[in-house]
Design a protein around this ligand. Structure first.
Ligand code: GLN
Length: 279
């Protein structure tokens, strides 16, 4: 079958399955399998696709039609210009989270120690280390399977000299030492809200990476309180938050003694990051 025809059939199959952005996903899957780029559909649509690739594409389309996230089929997601490996054991890195990374970056002077609480794929910590010269970092997660993914990403994306470690721990339980920056994108969705999410998220992403308990604030409460023992003087705590959690999280931080607590909006104009320092 020719390339254009493969794409047409893939797109049609995804459309009939009711997949949003069917054309985009059909193209990205085809490019992933054939090792091609957007240009190929525009100018090489009449080239023959090898039978094995055609079969692999059909299988990928079948999976996507079942609402398996695109990133679980390709096994990867771009974040901060880097390609992260992902699987069903980690949250797929979201573009919104890039705001969090951008907010932390200016605070990374030479020798800074960063702790990434609930590191998942490691996307936050690894991006911070990649884009700063001399920072060192620790990623923490409760899930050993998530840490496997984070370690693999760190090994591939960071130079061997970088000081980075990963700790399997229930929040701060096994954490040692003091840090200049603690950053976290914890699970923050209210349990009730999870049911109404897209099937890709609700049925395929790790529940433990989403569920912030009844009011969505469980992890913020614990991290705000427990981080104090692990922050150096003038250390800063950075959170990603849900669009309606800014006041609550700001309040938690102020009550715990954090100063200069600041809310930052994302490109959609929604509250997305809260940070403050401990005097
Ligand atoms: N820190 C990871 C991310 O931002 C995982 C977050 C999570 O599991 N809630 O993608």
């Amino acid at each position: 079958m020719i390339y254009q025809e493969c794409f047409n059939q893939g797109k049609l199959a995804l459309e009939s399955a009711g997949i949003p952005e069917a054309a985009l996903d059909a193209r990205l899957l085809l490019e992933h399998i054939c090792g091609t780029s957007r240009n190929d559909l525009l100018v090489h649509g009449d080239r023959e696709v090898a039978v094995e690739q055609e079969e692999a594409y059909k299988e990928a389309i079948r999976q996507r039609a079942e609402r398996i996230p695109l990133q679980h089929i390709t096994g990867q997601q771009e974040f901060m210009g880097l390609t992260f490996q992902v699987n069903e054991n980690v949250l797929i890195p979201r573009q919104d989270t890039e705001i969090l990374v951008e907010e932390v970056l200016p605070h990374l002077t030479s020798g800074v120690r960063i702790l990434d609480m609930c590191t998942g794929s490691g996307c936050i910590l690894i991006s911070l280390l990649h884009y700063s010269m001399w920072a060192e970092g620790t990623g923490v997660d409760l899930s050993a399977k998530a840490l496997e993914v984070a370690r693999e990403n760190a090994g591939r994306l960071l130079s061997k000299e970088r000081i980075v470690s990963f700790v399997e721990s229930d929040l701060f339980e096994k954490v040692e030492g003091k840090y200049d920056v603690i950053v976290s994108n914890p699970p923050y969705i209210q349990t009730e809200v999870i049911k109404g999410l897209m099937p890709e998220v609700r049925d395929h992403e790790p529940m433990m990476a989403l569920d912030g308990t009844e009011d969505g604030l469980y992890f913020y409460r614990r991290i705000v309180e427990e981080s104090k023992e692990f922050l150096r003087k003038e250390g800063r705590l950075f959170f990603e938050i849900g669009y309606d959690q800014a006041e609550a999280v700001k309040g938690l931080m102020e009550n715990a003694g954090f100063s200069d607590v600041t809310v930052v909006k994302d490109f959609a104009g929604l509250d997305r990051v809260v940070h403050g320092y401990l005097a």
